[in-house]
Design a protein around this ligand. Sequence first.
Ligand SMILES: Nc1ncnc2c1ncn2[C@@H]1O[C@H](COP(=O)(O)OP(=O)(O)O)[C@@H](O)[C@H]1O
Ligand SMILES: [Mg+2]
Length: 295
Amino acid sequence: MNIAILSRNPALYSTQSLARAARVRHHYVRIIDYVNCDLIMEDGNLTISYHGQVIDNVDAIIPRIGATHTIFGSAVIRQFQQKGIFSTLSSDSLLMARDKLTCSQVLASKGLQIPRTIVSNNTYMYKGLLETFDNGVVIKLINGTHGIGVVLAENKAQAESILEAFNKTKQKSMMQEFIAEAKGADIRIFVVDGEIVGTMKRQAKAGEFRSNLHRGGSSNVEPISEKEKKVALEAVKHLGLKIAGVDMLRSARGPLILEVNASPGLEGIETTTKVDIAGRIIKFIENNVSITQPA
Ligand SMILES: Nc1ncnc2c1ncn2[C@@H]1O[C@H](COP(=O)(O)OP(=O)(O)O)[C@@H](O)[C@H]1O
Ligand SMILES: [Mg+2]
């Protein structure tokens, strides 16, 4: 099979791991920097050109779209999908999951629990609601990743100054109750094709509430409850994702979904759990793509 990994950086752990897993299974792999793809629409035809050459022999794509290129990345995926090429991630699901506001709306509308969340353009609205959150509030950028732009305000004055700064710089943000009892930990649940393939707990470093590994958090294998499994699988299903990293906080009122990552990194989960997750992803493609071309 001819598999294309859409990735900006061939040296990234996730890209390398996927490429290796595909080659081990005797597939031909190309790494395509999707930002440099040209999307051509003419005469009722969709074409993708890369460095001046039309891409016409791809059986499946594995999109690894970075946060700074979500919109164009989703357009590239759409172009491949409309050509009938199998994608491990649909353009619509990427857009839904990447936007923290849309993702929260979808999950909450399906009855899944998330931290209480408010999005408003009115600071007076925020101010009034601040009083209902006892432990402080987390203010986060709607399109942030790796914990950047996720800020804890312990009191009203702090929250107001953070909101002022975000509003002044025209950054869209959302405000959430702070789940103090999570004690700086969250659970990452990795799902491939409706199956949980790895779970880990990430713990923030001392003095930090964000557990992201990029922010210095540490990780270890963590068993999860039946309820947590059910909630994670439901969330992924509602967002239409086949490969996802579901982040969950353990709160006094049960599991709360923080976010669902549509291009979850493989390094943390593979090194922590020792599971060949890239291999599971390639197997998922094999199960869905019937045309087997010689490499
Ligand atoms: N409402 C909250 N209560 C407690 N901790 C939170 C809350 N929101 C985020 N965090 C912590 O901050 C981290 C980053 O937040 P998240 O919403 O996942 O943003 P990002 O997309 O940047 O990872 C989480 O992994 C979690 O440890
Ligand atoms: Mg996160």
